[in-house]
Structures are given as structure tokens and as C-alpha cells.
Design a protein around this ligand. Structure first.
Ligand code: NAP
Length: 246
């Protein structure tokens, strides 16, 4: 029998934490698989059937449930018995993929599970984020063009997050800055609003975005919070650290 101690799910038998990664085959997803395996977690990955080969290097170490991530039945089977669910909210396609995926996770994950979702800085929880004109123009033009050619629907990612924010589950929505590849620089810094000085550099290594997502599983201080993140070694993060130390 499982129990909840404080805010953290634990199992009396010290069984490893069981984590479902929804969207495991993408770039962010694969980094999250690596971080979870390093921690000794049991990993269940969900990805589209045609993407299963992208997870070949994890063969024998994770369970894969193939299928669309917005398919209720796929998600119900994948999240059963999980302590945590890491969900990549992808705006790709024009079939309400993000909101369908978020809804399926909200509806079917165990009530005690930590639910961590990824998105970008363009999502705002309380409307108090201040964006530059250039950022707003980029999001506006990309969103319009992407929808025109039926490539992606940013509005649906906004709708997905609206539903998560309205939920009483143990969620965290991690809002990623611009991303780059490279070796880990450690756990990113975060703040509530994108204009906060610590976030000014707006650049996170993708491997560290994944690290923040996985770390959030066991950080109850991030429950029902939508942190905007930035790399720990970026100039604005370092300047903040120096200012605090002074
Ligand atoms: N890229 C950035 O600069 C940036 C910046 C900030 C935040 N983010 C956030 O980071 C997350 C994803 O990042 P990523 O770099 O890992 O992206 P990614 O590699 O493109 O993966 C995203 C997911 O989308 C799926 N996908 C791709 N095309 C699809 C389609 N046509 N229909 C349905 N699903 C499709 C992928 O599954 P398959 O493997 O099956 O293709 C994968 O699970 C998102 O939440 C995004 O909002 C990204």
C-alpha cells in the first residue's frame, strides 16, 4: 500500500519512484529519461508510435507505451501507479494536441502524483509577465504563420496551461527560456515573471531544462507555481548571485 508523507509521495518498501514521461522521444523528453534513470526511477515513456525507435538506446531500461499523447486510453495506461508525470506540452499540429494531452494527464494521473508540464515564456499565469515588443512580435508572427500552414497552434498550448492553472492537482508548469544544446551547467535559476532581472539572459541548456523538470518532482515548494527558468551560469544569473552575496 502506498502512502503520502508530508507533501512528498513515498512508498513504505523504498520502491523506486515511478515516473511517466509524456513526449519521451523529443529532445527535452530524452534528456528527462536520462535524468530519471540516473536517479534510479522506474520510467514509463509515452510517444507517438512512429517515434518509438528514437528511444532505442534506452531499450530494456524503460517501459514504452506507444500512441498519441492526447489519447485518453494511452495516458490512462501509462500513468497508472505513477508518483510523478513529466509532460512535454508541444504545440505541434492543429488537433488540440497540447490541451488534449494536458487534459488526459489531469484526468487520469493518480491524485497524489506530482504533475510537471513544460512550455515557454509566452505562457503567463497571472498576466503580470512583461514582454518586449520584439518577443511579442515573434510570438505573434510565428503563431499566425504556424497556424496558417497548419504546423502548430500556440493558442492551444495557452489553453492547455489555462486548464492546468485551474486544476487543484499538484502541478508545476515550467516555462522555458530560449534553449541551446551543451553540457549541463546545473539546476537553472527561476523567477515568477519573465521581466525579473535574474532572467534577463534568457538562455537555458536543454539538458538543464530537463533537469529542472525532474527536480521539480521532489520539490513541493514548486507545487501550483509556474516558474520561468534561466541558465545558472548565464550573466544575469551570476550577477544576481553576486548581488545577493554582497
Ligand atoms: N524549442 C525552444 O526553443 C523552446 C523554448 C522554450 C520552451 N520550449 C518548450 O520545450 C518543450 C519541447 O521542447 P523540445 O525541444 O524537446 O521539442 P521537440 O524535440 O520538438 O519535442 C516536442 C514533442 O513534440 C512531439 N511532436 C513533434 N511533432 C509533432 C506533431 N506533428 N504532432 C504531435 N507531436 C509532435 C515530439 O514527439 P515525436 O518524438 O513523436 O516527434 C516531442 O514529444 C515544449 O514544451 C516547448 O514549449 C521550447
Amino acid at each position: 500500500m502506498e502512502r503520502i508523507e508530508g507533501n512528498r509521495p513515498t512508498r513504505p518498501t523504498e520502491a523506486p519512484m515511478r515516473v511517466c514521461i509524456v513526449g519521451a522521444s523529443g529532445k527535452l523528453g530524452q534528456y528527462m529519461v536520462e535524468h530519471c534513470l540516473e536517479r534510479g526511477y522506474d520510467v514509463v515513456g509515452v510517444c507517438r508510435a512512429q517515434s518509438v525507435p528514437k528511444l532505442d538506446r534506452f531499450a530494456g531500461r524503460i517501459t514504452i507505451v506507444p500512441g498519441p499523447t492526447n489519447d485518453e486510453d494511452v495516458i490512462r495506461r501509462a500513468v497508472a501507479g505513477c508518483d510523478g508525470v513529466l509532460t512535454v506540452l508541444a504545440p505541434w499540429g492543429v488537433q488540440q494536441y497540447s490541451s488534449g494531452t494536458a487534459q488526459a494527464v489531469l484526468d487520469h494521473a493518480p491524485a497524489r502524483a506530482r504533475l510537471i508540464f513544460s512550455c515557454g515564456w509566452h505562457i503567463t499565469r497571472d498576466g503580470k509577465d512583461e514582454y518586449s515588443t520584439a518577443f511579442k512580435a515573434l510570438v505573434g508572427v510565428f503563431g499566425w504563420l504556424a497556424r496558417l500552414v497548419r504546423f502548430a497552434e500556440l493558442d492551444d498550448q495557452v489553453e492547455a496551461c489555462r486548464r492546468i492553472f485551474a486544476s487543484d492537482k499538484r502541478w508545476t508548469v515550467v516555462r522555458g527560456s530560449d534553449l541551446e544544446e551543451g553540457e549541463s551547467q546545473g539546476l537553472p535559476v527561476w523567477s515568477e515573471h519573465v521581466q525579473d532581472p535574474i532572467l534577463a539572459s534568457n538562455l537555458t541548456r536543454r539538458i538543464d531544462f530537463a533537469l529542472f523538470m525532474v527536480d521539480a518532482l521532489t520539490n513541493s515548494a514548486l507545487e501550483q507555481v509556474a516558474p520561468a527558468i534561466n541558465g545558472a551560469q548565464t550573466p544575469s544569473a551570476l550577477a544576481h548571485r553576486e548581488a545577493v552575496a554582497a
